[in-house]
Design a binder for this molecule. Structure first.
Ligand code: AMP
Ligand code: TRP
Length: 334
């Protein structure tokens, strides 16, 4: 059987270039080599306060962004989590096999719960649902950014716990491994924190060139480079050089490096050269998004096709899991 990959993304509306470089670009490449499932995880999204109309719009926008970035519904199964109820069914089962202490030490939980006055159980159990997402499709590989690695460790613990209880002789669930990119952690425009929608330090994947430039222009660079004549160190430039490595050709990256070290270019020259690389890669994506926005039925059709393909696999897994656990199936065969 062709190895399977699974990944998920929260419907936060517009994609940013951190999502794109850390995960989505990888999905677009991997969909040609693996059986690929990409899920817009709206049940994860409701662990933070939200307005229902916004969530629906953001889910649609995320689908537009993913398709525009190159997810091909005839290759990858792109779907919305709430349309496949087996995700929450398996999550409950996994809750019974997840050590409380493992959830308590999740860094993402500590960070998110610190921001909320009242912490709901859903945010604590978030990684259990994530394990269910992945294991429902018996996925081997999970292409994500670095921030998800700890969640995947927990998915492996859950898979192991379930296997040893209910399928000790032949492991049923694979232990999913992360698949990272060289750009596994993109720094935000503040030059410090991870690029993240909630921190407002993002460049949108669909931003117009002018908007990108407005964000790049004031972005911090090597702090030792006060004047154009000061020699710089690209490795101390928190964001621009990282983005050059992601968006510019190898020869441009070498040119940037020399010109910075020898103070032949100022940071604005360097940023202009980065803008050119970004515009070259992002313009076709933005144009595809405009086309898709003019044809909303294309999006609903793609998601419907995806949900029905995902549901077929999910139903089989749930049936086998419940059989092995002594849980009667629903009337009519689940
Ligand atoms: P999220 O928007 O949190 O649902 O993340 C979707 C995917 O993008 C996950 O695989 C994340 O690991 C990845 N991701 C999010 N932010 C970044 C970032 N700043 N750098 C690299 N990858 C990221
Ligand atoms: N937790 C992931 C994030 O915040 C989203 C996610 C949910 C996910 N389920 C998943 C990622 C399964 C990979 C696999 O980015």
């Amino acid at each position: 059987m062709m190895a399977r990959i699974f990944s998920g993304i929260q419907p936060s509306g517009e994609l940013h270039i951190g999502n794109y470089l850390g995960a989505v670009k990888n999905w677009v490449q991997l969909q040609h080599q693996f059986e690929t499932f990409i899920c817009i995880v709206n049940y994860h999204a409701i662990t933070a306060p939200y307005a229902p109309v916004d969530l629906e719009r953001r889910t649609h926008e995320m689908a537009v962004g993913l398709l525009a970035a190159g997810i091909d519904p005839s290759k990858a199964t792109l779907f919305v989590q709430s349309q496949v109820p087996e995700h929450t069914e398996l999550a409950w089962i996994f809750n019974t096999l997840t050590p409380f202490g493992e959830l308590e030490r999740q860094v993402a939980f500590k960070e998110k719960s610190a921001k909320q006055e009242q912490v709901m159980a859903g945010i604590f159990n978030y990684p259990v649902l994530q394990a269910a997402d992945i294991l429902l499709y018996l996925a081997d590989l999970v292409p994500v950014g670095e921030d998800q690695v700890q969640h995947l460790e927990l998915s492996r613990v859950i898979a192991r716990n379930w296997n040893s209880r209910f399928s000790p002789n032949a492991p049923y669930f694979p232990e999913p491994q992360p698949r990272l990119t060289p750009t596994r952690r993109i720094v935000g425009l503040d030059g410090q924190a991870k690029m993240s929608k909630s921190l407002g330090n993002t460049i949108g994947l669909l931003d117009e060139p002018d908007a990108i430039w407005e964000k790049l222009r004031p972005a911090p660079t090597d702090p030792a480079r006060q004047r154009k004549t000061d020699k710089g160190d690209p490795d101390k430039c928190p964001i621009i050089f990282q983005l050059h490595k992601a968006f510019s050709t190898d020869s441009t990256v070498r040119e940037v490096e020399t010109n910075c070290r020898e103070a032949k270019w100022g940071c604005i020259d360097c940023k202009k050269s980065l803008l050119a690389g970004m515009v070259a890669e992002l313009t076709p994506i933005r144009e595809r998004a405009t086309e898709l926005n003019a044809d909303p039925k294309k999006i609903t059709d793609a998601l419907e096709l995806g949900s029905s393909k995902a549901r077929k696999v999910a139903k089989t897994t749930i049936r086998e899991v419940k059989e092995k656990m002594g849980l009667p199936l629903a009337v009519g065969g689940a």
